[in-house]
Design a protein around this ligand. Structure first.
Ligand SMILES: [Zn+2]
Length: 702
């Protein structure tokens, strides 16, 4: 029943109530139409969000557990910010940040969301281990997100969540063909460096994802997060560089200055296990981190206190629409110093054994930085093969160039593989003035290197070798090294009592080891000589020479010092390979390694490592061995060449060639043990049996 009433016919009281009612209705309408005030994200999270067990710190969300997330959380909701990138080690809180922002948005500002992970596995883990549990333990999310229902694509599924005002789809960038890209207002590009770019992938999946926001021209946002991988090919590094580049600064309790904690400056207590102090027990629980300004050692408790009061400092604060943050584990409250210390120790130890994979992951996961595995300049095997020379006649293999003054040989014992038999493999190198060198022989003795007969065969073969220079001067091999890295005892027996001619060698793992040690060792009951060769030093020389052959302007180090430039000039075209023995396989072995820069104690070192694991590199080891043998002879080239020239002069006057051996014997008798090699042990008893090895026979020539 609707009654129309004339207001003027109402009495004063009725008019009063009518007006009052009308005002109330008007107020309610205005309240309803007013935009909702969005609560502060930190307050909202602390009041509403419970983190499930799958997060590092479960329970009610507390910003003091990860203080470094406060600024990025607020900025992620700032309408001025278009892109926000987080580059850091694992457990930096990247996933937590993305989930918190999303949970807040579901309740306070729902919109279409596209979450992308580089791998399908990554999506699965994110959806099942992070998203589902957080929805299940938070009623505020659980009540608004549609329940799963089978067979109905419009309802939520594991990878597809819908709620009033928005939805969230989780996709993998690994299979772009299968992905239905929708238009979204916010995109999350998570684990972006894990993506594998294959030949079949269509364009750049990351930029395809960015293109999904075109419908939201004025209020779109991109969030990026990843642990960086390789320097130069890292996507998160690119996003970081284009952004404001913030680091987390804390105040040192020692000097009160602001600094970024550096994982490389972690120290811990070491207890020697043996009397010689060669082995240590590492007490990682005592890990401390040194201030780079005052050397104050910050304890774990102090670090935690400092982190709570830290702040982000942006390198480019004007880049307000693209914010980027980098965080190492030492700056994260979630990580512990002792854990980082252990990772650092393991990585450095593996590195010294020639394996940089752990070091790479230490760099990525603990330091949160891309790893610089730069191939400075590859040496191309095919270029080297074009530069081979014809200095040895296949008919007269023992005739060698006139430039050769001395000969050394190096032998590698090989256990054999499925494709190659067990064998001894070696080369003879001739050396001249300025260490110019020629390969004069290459040989293989097949059979088990530990077998006495095979050893004897090698020994007789090498002892029988004799070479004659084109001018008629005879040359014999002055020193033979055999690699004892494998089957050591057999090799010691092989070189037994070889004294100044035969010696065993082992490569030193120390990257800074000098080519030859100050002292040589006696092994095998003092019957065999063992020399530790600084392989990195030898390889440095080899690659310097190979590069000069390449003749293009290559720097093995980006910034050569004057001394190194001189060193480089000196070696121009001083390594000669003969067509007779050197095939493509040989050059592939010779170029199987490359220089890799690593940073230790703020200093860059270059180390040679295989380009790929599994590559054969015997040719490198053999040249380095022959080179070390030559260096151990400590030749004064100018003086020695003069004496050899005199002999050649005498030869041309005489009919017979007899001078060489007698000359050598004469010099051998005059020889003194000289620097740089000395013996560590000299037997005093049985002097008749154990002769002091004469390790430096040519020093006093001339
Ligand atoms: Zn300090």
């Amino acid at each position: 029943m609707i009654q129309q009433t004339n207001i003027s016919s109402l009495d004063r009281l009725e008019q009063f109530y009518l007006l009052k009612n009308f005002k109330e209705v008007k107020l309610k309408c205005q309240t309803f139409l007013r935009p909702r005030l969005r609560p502060d994200i930190i307050n909202w999270l602390e009041e509403n969000l419970i983190l499930p067990d799958s997060f590092p710190i479960p329970g009610p969300f507390r910003i003091r557990n990860s203080p470094h997330l406060e600024e990025p959380l607020r900025k992620a909701l700032d309408p001025e910010v278009r892109s926000l990138a987080l580059m850091g080690g694992n457990q930096m809180g990247k996933t937590l940040l993305f989930i918190c922002v999303w949970a807040y948005d579901v309740v306070n500002d729902p919109c279409p969301y596209l979450y992308a992970n580089a791998t399908d596995d990554g999506v699965k883990k994110y959806a099942l281990q992070k998203l589902e549990p957080i929805i299940n333990c938070n009623p505020i999310l659980n009540t608004v997100i549609a329940k799963k229902r089978r067979g109905n694509t419009d309802e939520s599924s594991t990878r597809w969540k819908i709620y009033p005002g928005g939805w969230k789809e989780m996709i993998s960038l690994a299979s772009p063909g299968k992905t239905r890209f929708r238009s979204a207002r916010k995109t999350v590009d998570d684990d972006m460096d894990e993506i594998k770019i294959t030949l079949g992938s269509e364009g750049n999946a990351h930029s395809n994802l960015k293109g999904r926001v075109t419908a939201y021209k004025y209020n779109y946002q991109h969030y990026f997060g990843s642990t960086p991988r390789r320097d130069g090919s890292s996507y998160i590094q690119l996003e970081f560089k284009e952004g404001s580049q913030a680091n987390w600064y804390v105040v040192c309790p020692g000097c009160k200055k602001e600094l970024v904690l550096d994982e490389d400056r972690i120290v811990w207590d070491k207890e020697p296990i043996d009397l010689l102090k060669t082995e240590f027990h590492n007490d990682f629980k005592t890990a401390r981190i040194k201030c780079d300004k005052c050397e104050y050692q910050i304890s774990e408790a102090e670090r935690m206190e400092m982190l709570l009061k830290g702040r982000w400092i942006h390198k480019y604060p004007s880049r307000t629409d693209h914010l980027s943050y980098q965080l190492g584990k030492a700056s994260s409250t979630i990580a512990s110093l002792s854990f980082i210390a252990e990772q650092k120790y393991l990585a450095e130890k593996a590195f010294e054994n020639g394996d940089d994979s752990l070091y790479e992951s230490y760099m990525n996961n603990e330091k949160g930085l891309p790893y610089k595995k730069i191939v400075i300049k590859e040496i191309d095997a095919r270029k080297l093969i074009d530069r081979r020379e014809d200095y040895i006649d296949p008919e007269k293999k023992n005739i060698i160039p006139n430039g050769v003054l001395i000969l050394t040989a190096f032998v590698d014992a090989q256990a054999g593989s499925q494709t190659k038999p067990a064998r001894y493999e070696g080369e003879v190198w001739g050396w001249g003035v300025g260490e110019e060198c020629w390969m004069v022989d290459r040989f293989k003795i097949e059979g088990n290197p530990e077998d006495r007969n095979v050893r004897d065969k090698l020994k007789n073969f090498l002892n029988s070798l004799e070479y004659v220079r084109k001018d008629g001067l005879k040359r014999t091999i002055r020193r033979i090294g055999v690699d004892a890295g494998w089957a050591s005892q057999s090799i010691y027996e092989l070189v037994e009592r070889g004294w100044d001619k035969w010696c065993a060698t082992k490569g030193s793992n120390n990257i800074r080891a000098s080519l030859l040690p100050r002292k040589i060792s006696l092994v095998n009951n003092d019957k065999s000589v063992l020399i530790n060769v600084g392989t990195q030093a030898a390889k440095h020389t080899l690659f310097l020479r190979l590069q000069e052959i390449d003749e293009t302007e290559i720097n093995i180090k980006p910034n050569l010092t004057d001394k190194e430039t001189e060193e480089k000039k000196e070696f121009i075209a001083k390594i000669h390979h003969t067509k007779l023995f050197c095939d493509l396989d040989y050059f592939e072995q010779l170029t199987a390694e490359h220089a890799v820069p690593i940073i230790r104690q703020n200093e860059t070192h270059y180390v040679f490592q295989k380009k790929k694991s599994g590559l054969a590199n015997e040719a490198i080891d053999i040249w380095c061995g022959a080179y070390a043998m030559m260096k151990s002879l400590n030749v004064n080239w100018r003086k020695y060449k003069a004496s050899v020239d005199a002999k050649v002069g005498a030869l041309s006057n005489q009919e017979e060639t007899t001078a060489d051996t007698s000359m050598t014997n004469l010099v051998m008798r005059r020889m003194k043990p000289a620097a740089p090699l000395e013996l560590t042990k000299v037997k005093t008893k049985n002097k008749n049996v154990i002769r002091r090895p004469s390790v430096n026979p040519i020093t006093n020539y001339g």
